[in-house]
Design a protein around this ligand. Structure first.
Ligand code: DC
Length: 230
């Protein structure tokens, strides 16, 4: 069967990554989490004094100088996809709240996007890939055979995210704080000047507020099968 390119875009914390990863596994395709790549750049900037975590100011000239030399890779290990920054596994660090609250301004920088988009296009040049992010169906792979745009209400997303954080032992945050962070990220992601988050005209919309994980997995697998037969 034809090896196609599948683009997953949508809002934060709507279960997009889990769904995309499951689909990639079922199809035997490569899975790439592009949000993790923006998170890894953010972690690098925070660790190296290029971004101030409190004021969220960024030394853009310093970041521009090093962006080409930051190496970000993803490996599937024991069924999990882990992100590496210059050879170090940073999967835990990039999911922490400090990175989550600083990543949107980093992802709004044109030169950061240019660098990461080129890298993503290279990863997917042979097809057989499921890539998830915000601009995959619009910018990275505008000719993807299947584009899925995932969303859910902000409240449902906050509840899911909080449960995820609590499962990892991070119980300090309230539901209201998590929802605020999600709404802030939605706002910045949808209103930034450079490639804001928009649904591609030919993307299939999946609102999973009232769907079980199994139902949504079934739905996208069916869409993928149809796209492969075209
Ligand atoms: O999917 P995520 O929450 O891990 O993404 C982290 C941030 O990166 C989020 O603020 C949106 C941004 N992002 C982006 O601008 N473009 C992408 N392709 C992926 C993520």
């Amino acid at each position: 069967m034809k090896k196609i390119t599948i683009a997953f875009d949508g809002h934060s914390s709507c279960g997009k990554s889990t769904m995309a990863k499951t689909l990639a596994e079922k199809l035997g395709y490569l899975y790439v989490d592009t949000g993790a790549m923006y998170r890894a750049v953010t972690l690098y900037a925070l660790r190296n004094g290029i971004m101030d975590g409190k004021s969220k100011t960024i030394d853009e000239a310093a970041l521009q100088n090093v962006i080409g030399s930051i190496e970000i890779t993803q490996k599937r290990e024991d069924g999990k996809v882990r992100t590496y920054l210059n050879g170090e596994c940073v999967e835990t660090e990039i999911r922490q709240m400090e990175v989550s609250s600083c990543v949107s301004p980093i992802a709004a920088l044109g030169f950061v996007r240019k660098q990461l988009v080129a890298c993503q296009q290279q990863m997917g040049k042979d097809g057989g890939i499921v890539m998830d992010g915000r601009d995959i169906g619009t910018v990275v792979f505008p000719h993807a055979e299947l584009k899925v745009f995932v969303t859910a209400s902000a409240e449902v997303r906050a509840q899911r995210r909080l449960a995820e954080l609590q499962a990892k032992g991070d119980t300090k945050l309230t539901l209201a704080e998590v929802q605020k962070n999600i709404e802030e990220r939605d706002y910045i992601d949808s209103h930034r000047e450079v490639t804001p988050l928009v649904q591609a005209p030919d993307a299939l919309l999946l609102d999973n507020s009232n769907l079980t994980i199994e139902q949504q997995n079934e739905m996208v697998l069916e869409w993928a099968r149809k796209a492969m037969q075209k």
